[in-house]
Unconditional design. Structure first.
Length: 197
């Protein structure tokens, strides 16, 4: 089975490829298709709505089964911010290094601050729309640690491992992360659908 990963985010593509490979699902990216010019505006009021918007648009353009996601970082003492706006925090063109520094400043004396990553993933093949959710809890810390991963990973500390999400291996992140949990749950639903149950 082949599925198009509906994103340009290289960090997510890297993770999805590994997650799908475990289940013998081949991950395609937009680079496997002739160039298309389109944008998906994240106008939804929730992660799920945004993930559905992406899945429908990518299917409309490429006409192959797609998996999309919408995810974010929620900091408890900031009432869940940056949340659905995590990639647009400050502005979409601002570097993640700057976003991480600004977030640490915003949290101020509440650091280390309880936070969690959330991911909603959606599958769409022109007929069936499936979705699943995953999350992972951690602490936002005041210093950057590690070089793996992407986005807010270097300041997201996992007490169970005494490491940030950017210090753990790709393999471990792909077992415990919000995206990994959501993806595993989605794949179960896809398998059930394909087996006709
Ligand atoms: P979107 O799903 O494209 O709207 O972007 C989600 C944003 O949430 C990313 O750009 C990151 O800022 C953040 N994010 C989501 N998942 C992760 C992750 O696994 N590590 C670090 N940051 C993440």
């Amino acid at each position: 089975m082949k599925v198009l990963i509906a994103t340009h985010n290289q960090g997510k593509i890297h993770e999805f490829k590994a997650l799908l490979k475990k289940h013998q699902i081949e991950a395609l990216t937009v680079k496997d298709f002739p160039p298309q010019s389109f944008e998906v505006e994240e106008t939804g009021a929730s992660y799920l709505e945004n993930a559905v918007l992406k899945a429908l648009k990518y299917y409309e353009v490429y006409q192959v089964p797609v998996i999309s996601d919408d995810s974010g970082l929620e900091v408890v003492c900031l009432d869940g911010a940056p949340g659905i706006k995590s990639s647009r925090f400050l502005d979409s063109h601002v570097s993640f290094e700057t976003k991480r520094k600004a977030l640490i400043q915003l949290i101020g004396s509440n650091i280390p601050a309880e936070a969690f990553f959330v991911a909603y993933v959606v599958y769409y093949d022109g007929h069936t729309l499936l979705n699943a959710r995953g999350d992972i809890t951690g602490l936002i810390i005041h210093e950057e640690r590690g070089t793996n991963g992407f986005g807010y990973d270097p300041i997201f500390f996992l007490p169970d491992y005494q490491k940030t999400m950017a210090e753990i291996s790709d393999n471990l992140k792909n077992t415990i992360s919000h995206r990994a949990k959501a993806c595993e749950a989605l794949i179960k639903k896809i398998q059930l659908m394909r087996s006709g149950l």
